[in-house]
Design a protein around this ligand. Sequence first.
Ligand SMILES: [Fe+2]
Length: 443
Amino acid sequence: MKQIVFITGKQAKLQELLRNLEGNVSGNLIERETIDDVLALLSLVRDIDLIITPEQLPKEGSVAAKLSEFLISSDLQIPLLISGENAQASEGIHVIPPSQLTVEHLTDKIETLLGGHVDSSGKKIETTTYHPLPLSYLYYVKTLPCHIYKKVSDKPSYNVLIRIDQDLSKELLDTVGKEYKEVFVPREYHPNLINNITNSMTAHFSAAGLTLENRLKANSSLYTILKKEINLFGINHSISYLVELVFQSVLEGAMEVFDKEGLQQYAQKISESTTTFAYKIVHLNALYACYLMTKLVREFVEYQIIVGYLAFFSDIALPDRYLKIRSTEMLKALGNIPADEDATIREHALRASRIIGEYRQAPTGVANLIKKHHGANDGIGFPDKLPDDVNKIIMVFFITETMTHAMLAQGVPYLTKEVIDSVAPKFDGPNQQKIIKVLHSIC
Ligand SMILES: [Fe+2]
């Protein structure tokens, strides 16, 4: 969906023209009254496709000259469409005579400039497609890259719900949220919206005085967003920055714990935070697995990063409602579920490894470890028992994950001797027992 700014200078004739254009052109029309209003908008939103303006405004003189100068100095390549008897066309500046300021002429001119097209019968083709997203995404954005839309009942058409320049206050979103949980964004602007979320959250994270509880809450919400996005689109360019932001936030805290008191206190803060179950499992796994690495290997930093990846991505392809399924018995206990859901659960390790395989930041070999994180070499299903000769990183991660699931299931805020003893019999191999012994030492 194209964004078109129309400077009316509060002139009734131009305002009426703008209203009549709405619905005729395949773009959003944004009214602005003065040059300053436009400059303020451009400082927030740079994805403007066209600016329409009279050559002169009564109080401001030559609008076109001032705007053109600003666009060049700001390195913005936005075409101008100027109306004026003496307006001069040049590169990036198009002219429409005042006599042609009619809906028909102006629509034709806009469509030509913006590449809109018509079918063989002369009917205009609407090429915009819309991507649904939860309204909750907008709580993490300061500015919008485009209007946000609502779907019109059962029809394949969409109306503006939140305008690009509206203040995204909590009050506004709460009000909208009473009626709409799902909103729509033109597909071409979806990456920009994800970028805006990342930018505002980067600023949020770097602000001084962010409490651990607030950091955990932000991480948890962003993890929900990135998991959904990754499962729809993979780790594409727009989501990769957000992934990195949250991953680093999780890992930094986990890697900074070296004593058992600090470890258990941190675990308790995560367990008791107002975050999702999926996020708690991720962060607790990263925390305990990183700590185990400090006790099991000499040069542990590299291993901590790898178990951090396992904690973050192993179940990225497993829907949250199935996160507790960790064995063939538990899968069977679900009863008859659709074949595609069954495959999603059984193949989640394989699917996660394919996703991470396309993430350039991931260390070599991580995709393979994620594929085997339940002990199956092909990444499918749940073997009954973890072999004692499995890769040590997988062993540490798998035992940690089994422990944290048991811990949350038993309603305990950190690993206790009772929790460890309740699952330790599953891990009777000599190598596995060494890890259990280290875990016992933290209680
Ligand atoms: Fe898993």
